[in-house]
Design a protein around this ligand. Structure first.
Ligand code: HEM
Length: 464
């Protein structure tokens, strides 16, 4: 009999059911209609609660400490899996984010870890800065822009530059931009909808299927084009080789085997999809929040002036942009960016006072954890000051999980920090960005939480 939190497992109970389930549908309606509010309200029903997706029960962990323990100490009973992972596997196959826990995951992670080391990423910062500067520098002053489209394009370009070691061809970027929104929206539908409903061949569903096929074709073409370039002599400067060059060369330390073509495609798809969405969403919300708070805006411009003045941004400046990094922290707290992640119970799983049956799906949500008013007073308020060293000291590690935790924690966290810092720094170095239009952007939960539409007007900083 195991003991956790002082309760013998025989005395543990089943998590309480959330009221309001409809026959056959369970809680699908509020999950589709107002997912973020619904998820945030679950906290008041308990630290672990039971929902119905159709007739299938799903358990939601709303408590930070229990979530952390599920991802770390208890991860032997809570395996990577569940509805979101099944939906992601449709396009990411056995990529690092979707491959089951165990030896294969450990091997793949070890193979890829060097590409995400601080020093490797620092070596790619130069090309990321160049790409960001040239895109942002092309904007016309005083003209309102669809900043959501701009940033989707920019994060993709910056990521592809790091992947390829060079700025990406425009047509490649456009094709990803075309298919990714449908792929991500279809993934979250497949996660929430009962299976029978998700299988109905509606026009939206057919478009999703076509986008899945197009995504794989585009990844295949990207790898072929890059392989052809490498065979023609490879990147001139090995220090600027892209992630893809390392993936093509990577060999298992034990067997010496290279990745199969399918594995390579799965990994590249995983990077393109996991990276672009979460980073773009965070950058957009950061731009919006800074743009509507003159005090925060003044501080970020002052910091950039103090750190690099008139000279171009350099990779070594990133660590000095402490106020900008607090803005990014606060954006990832307030807007998730992941709002629904899943696990599968592999053996009867103990979480606090509850036992979850083997085979059940479990949901956890950084979005919900980051809005707990006990840890974050006035949780809906954007306040970068929460992350000053004095105030951040009272925030437990378990209460800030934008990148997850444990063996399946995001491998790209350092990369994401640099990428977001570079894009925001280059934008704020050149522009003051003002939200424009008659309404605030609405959060739309896809795999990450995006603003439905963000229009902003850039005004040159020096003219201000
Ligand atoms: C703001 C940006 C990002 C956020 C918020 C984010 C968030 C996350 C989270 C929460 C997980 C864990 C999911 C789980 O436990 O089920 C994860 C895993 C992962 N992320 Fe990220 N991510 C970001 C950027 C990136 C980037 C830039 C890359 C790669 C270029 C990346 C690649 C991955 C991969 C491969 C995994 C799976 C790791 C494994 O299972 O071993 N992510 N990410």
């Amino acid at each position: 009999m195991s003991l956790q939190h002082g309760v013998a497992s025989a005395d543990r109970g089943t998590p309480p059911a959330v009221p309001g389930a409809l026959p056959l549908l369970g809680h699908v309606v509020p999950l589709l209609r107002r997912p973020l509010e619904f998820m945030d309200e679950l906290r008041r029903h308990g630290p672990v609660v039971r929902l119905g997706l159709g007739r299938v029960p799903v358990y939601v962990v709303t408590d930070a400490q229990l979530t952390y323990s599920m991802l770390t100490a208890e991860s032997g009973s809570f395996h990577k899996g569940g509805r979101l992972i099944e939906a992601l596997s449709r396009f990411a196959g056995n990529g690092l984010a979707t491959v089951p826990d165990g030896d294969r995951h450990r091997r793949q992670r070890r193979l890829m870890q060097p590409m995400f080391s601080r020093s490797f990423i620092a070596g790619r910062a130069g090309v990321m800065i160049e790409t960001a500067r040239s895109v942002v520098g092309g904007w016309a002053p005083g003209e309102p822009r669809r900043t959501d489209d701009d940033m989707q394009e920019l994060t993709l370009s910056v990521f592809l530059s790091a992947l390829l070691g060079a700025q990406p061809p425009t047509e490649v970027r456009r094709e990803f931009q075309r298919v990714l929104p449908d792929v991500m929206a279809g993934t979250i539908r497949a996660t929430i909808l009962p299976r029978a409903l998700g299988a109905i061949p509606t026009p939206t569903q057919r478009r999703y299927q076509a986008s899945l096929r197009d995504l794989r074709t585009a990844i295949g073409a990207l790898i072929d084009a890059h392989g052809a370039r490498s065979n023609d002599g490879g990147p001139a400067d090995p220090d600027r080789a892209g992630l893809l060059d390392l993936l093509l060369d990577a060999a298992d330390p034990e067997s010496g085997q290279r990745m199969s073509r399918t594995q390579l495609e799965d990994e590249v798809i995983t990077f393109v999809t996991t990276n672009g969405q979460a980073s773009t969403a965070s950058i957009l919300w950061a731009l919006y929040e800074v743009g509507r708070d003159p005090d925060v805006e003044r501080k970020v411009h002052a910091e950039l002036d103090a750190v690099c003045g008139q000279r171009p941004l350099r990779a070594e400046d990133l660590k000095s942009l402490t106020y900008l990094r607090r803005i990014i922290h606060e954006t990832m707290r307030l807007y998730g960016p992941a709002w629904l992640l899943t696990r599968k119970v592999s053996a009867p799983g103990v979480l606090g006072d509850f036992v979850l049956p083997a085979g059940a799906d479990v949901v956890f949500s950084p979005y919900v954890i980051h809005r707990d008013p006990v840890v974050y007073p006035d949780p809906a308020r954007f306040d970068p000051g929460r992350w000053s060293p004095e105030r951040a000291a009272s925030i437990p590690r378990t209460a800030f999980l934008p990148f997850g935790a444990g063996t399946r924690q995001c491998i790209g966290d350092n990369f994401a920090w640099d990428e977001m810092t570079i894009i925001l720094a280059e934008t704020f170095r050149q522009w003051r960005m003002t939200p424009t239009g008659d309404r605030a952007p609405k959060p739309v939960p896809r795999v990450t939480i995006h603003p439905d539409r963000l229009v902003m007007t850039p005004e040159p900083v020096r003219a201000a």
